[in-house]
Design a protein around this ligand. Sequence first.
Ligand code: ADP
Length: 391
Amino acid sequence: MFWPFLAVVALAGAVFLHYWWRGRYLAAEHRGRKQIEELQQAQQWAAAAIDARQQALFDSMAEGLLLLDQAGRIELANRSFTTMFGVTTDLRSRTLLEALRLHELAELVEVLGRQKQVLGHELRLQRPRDLWLQVNGAAIFDGENRRTGTILVFHDLTRIKQLERTRQELVANVSHELRTPLSLIKGYVETLLDHAKNDPELADQFLRTIDRNAERLRLLIEDLLTISELESGRLKLDLQPVSLKAVAQKVVADFRARAAAKQMELVDQVPGLEVLADAGRLEQVLCNLVDNAIKYGRPEGTVTLEARATGTDQVEVAVRDDGPGIPPEALERVFERFYRIDKGRSREHGGTGLGLSIVKHIVQTHGGRVWAKSEPGHGATFFFTLPQPPA
Ligand code: ADP
């Protein structure tokens, strides 16, 4: 009885041990699998975090960045690139031609297959907006010198190009403006030296023309120096509470004779208001506007100076005339350097084409705004705002 009982107990023990070990083994195996899964997931998260960090880094670059794989398909395009090219869809896995239809860029990538590096290639985009880009590109190679892709970096040159164009235009305009009075002066001096000096009447007439053109040159150079001072940011304003009424009265008194010569009336309706301004510069602004109103206004017409507080701690000043006015397309352009509606008319009055540009700079340096309104045939009004002194 004892042996069979012992055998049954041993068998039961063996079965129990088998299942106990198997349970532990399975639990351990399950734990192991879970750990591997967790590890893989952690690796994926880590990789994603690195990708996200890289992407954030690339997206923070001011330069556009484009990475192509060895088949020329886009692997990465950062935010600056998509903004420059106005792209809103996912570009990955597409070729440059499919994605952008830009043959010039596709050709550049082809060139990179032959010469490994392209520096300073200038690319002009006209859509979605007018942009000048400088493209630097390089082919990427692995350790065994096999080409694995291409990297292109795009630098926005638009601002530099605009400045370059503005500088060229300025040089061309200034040269032109200087040349006209200078050649007149030279021509009259030569004629005087030749024979006219012996004819007092003719000599007097020629000398007056020379004097007028020399004065034009002086004014032009003075205006150019003012513009250069204003644009360089070197202008220091002596801001003080200034009586607008007093400055307006002085300007009106100074221009009274000029207005009378054209039988024009100067009406001063500026009330007792104060502005926070540099008195000398404020006078210069008013002088330029009143001077223009007399020059381009109607003979026997009226020029009016007005001002009002706008309720936003600003004072709005207006200089109104009843001359031929300004066509709508020129209302903003008259503030550009050397822009004139009628060149001949401006020159005839000794205009330099810089007066309104100076006005705009001075007003903006004070933190104000300047604009013009006109109904052609019914005069023009120039407005500007200046801050009021703190209460
Ligand atoms: P300019 O020396 O030629 O007067 P401005 O910069 O003062 O230069 O003015 C630019 C142009 O704006 C002028 O040439 C003129 O064509 C136009 N303009 C300025 N003020 C008036 C005005 N009150 N009425 C009509 N046109 C004006």
